[in-house]
Design a protein around this ligand. Structure first.
Ligand SMILES: *Cc1c(COP(=O)(O)O)cnc(C)c1O
Length: 424
């Protein structure tokens, strides 16, 4: 597929692609506080939907201010209600299979323990050595606490984990496989159905982290045989900083699994305040305590926007944006020492690409400060360019990479001290 008229064609080609973009009006559903900023980091923190501030303001005034504790009558169902919306629109899951709660890290812990407890004869956990740090740390902790064997599979930092490497490691001792569908650094996309199939044959369970996939990669958790999944709502789903994560447990499995944190939100007849914990039937047994209601609520207006377009359409645009960025990077940035550090083939990537450069850290911070192009740096030497299809234009790609090329071409980064930002 060719995204456009070619990088050599100049900015007009990008303008034409924008004019022909069937999703272009979705930008109106988001806040653009500073039109000069080129935001290529929607995979870290999605943009603010225009409706969110008003929605939350009203919730605070009416729901909290007037309704007080009586508002919990409706709020109490929201983790489930929004979970069902997400299941239907984004995840390809059935009602009652998804709930919103806690952070992705905590949900990963809860589901990993639930799966391990259900496979007492098996002692091995498989993970990708290059997975997002929180996943690796949580599994390290579990392995230490429970004397499990954590086997970290070697994966290519640009191309991701090879399915054959996983297949070879799947033996009779493997209880659990934890993988990200889209690699946080390179964007490499795994084949969910093939992984699930390989694991089932070996009698193991897969726990998917969908943080970089949800909202941009069409997902069919039901049809693809997924059993367990978690993921973030503040990235491509635009739920806002720290919005509660989702967790998915396949219906047939829910009754056999118990999670390790026995809170009252997972209790049968919660308000009976019974003396002993007895998990409720269904997905709610994976809840723990009172949700951060305002953060949870912010997911609603975000889903109102996303719900207007099928993820398959978002995927089409995202593939096009990625191909265009790669094309421009090859012509403009390769001569300046950049190298594509993501799979070249669009079908094997999520919605972001990585560009490696020995001076990536300084380039990233200088680009933010001096050029107002916001992407992020990922160790050891990658610029990560996020291309959220709901609001990223082809001209944003053109302008962002154009500013990048003139910044590095002019060697401005060489004047900068080593990057010191605490958050990259
Ligand atoms: C962003 C991200 C997380 C975030 O976890 P939090 O608990 O919300 O901090 C987890 N896993 C992956 C793969 C991510 O990309």
């Amino acid at each position: 597929m060719s995204a456009g008229a070619g990088a050599g064609a100049g900015r007009e080609a990008a303008e034409e692609l924008d004019a022909a973009d069937p999703l272009r009006e979705f930008r109106d559903a988001f806040v653009f506080a500073d039109p000069d900023v080129i935001y290529l980091d929607g995979n870290s923190l999605g943009r603010l939907p225009s409706a969110t501030a008003g929605f939350l303001g009203q919730l605070v005034t009416d729901g909290w201010g007037s309704g007080l504790v009586e508002s919990w009558e409706t709020w109490i169902t929201w983790a489930r209600r929004l979970g069902d919306r997400l299941a239907h629109h984004t995840l390809g899951a059935a009602p009652g299979e998804v709930v919103l709660s806690d952070s992705t890290s905590v949900n990963l812990y809860k589901l990993a323990v639930a799966a391990l407890d259900a496979a007492p004869g098996r002692r091995t956990v498989l993970a990708d050595i290059d997975d997002f740090p929180t996943n690796r740390y949580i599994l390290q902790g579990l392995a230490e606490q429970r004397q499990l064997r954590l086997e970290t599979l070697p994966s290519d930092p640009d191309e991701g984990l090879d399915l054959d490497v996983l297949r070879r490691a799947l033996d009779q001792d493997v209880a659990l496989v934890v993988l990200s569908l889209v690699s946080y650094r390179s964007g490499a996309l795994m084949d969910m159905a093939a992984v699930n199939d390989a694991a089932v044959r070996a009698g193991a369970r897969v726990l998917w982290d969908l943080s970089h996939a949800a909202g941009v990669v069409p997902l069919r958790l039901g049809a693809d045989g997924a059993e367990l999944a978690v993921g973030s709502t503040y990235k491509y789903l635009n739920g806002g900083p720290g919005s509660p994560a989702f967790l998915y447990v396949r219906k047939e499995l829910q009754q056999q699994l118990r999670q390790p944190v026995w809170g009252w939100y997972g209790q049968r007849d919660q308000f009976r305040m019974a003396p002993a914990y007895e998990p409720v039937d269904g997905i709610d047994r994976f809840l723990v305590g009172t949700p951060p209601l305002l953060s949870l609520a912010a997911i609603e207006p975000a889903l109102d926007v996303a719900g207007r377009v099928p993820v398959t359409r978002l995927r089409e645009k995202s593939v096009q944006l990625g191909a265009y960025a790669v094309e421009l990077a090859e012509v403009w940035l390769a001569p300046l020492g950049f190298r594509l550090a993501s799979p070249r083939e669009p079908a094997r990537r999520g919605a972001h690409i990585a560009l490696a450069h020995p001076d990536a850290a300084r380039i990233c911070s200088g680009l933010r400060a001096q050029e107002r192009v916001i992407c992020d740096f990922r160790a050891p030497d990658r610029l990560r360019i996020g291309l959220a299809p709901l609001y990223t234009r082809f001209t944003d790609v053109w302008d962002g990479l154009d500013r990048l090329r003139s910044f590095v071409g002019g060697r401005h980064h060489e004047q900068l001290p080593a990057a010191v930002s605490r958050v990259t």
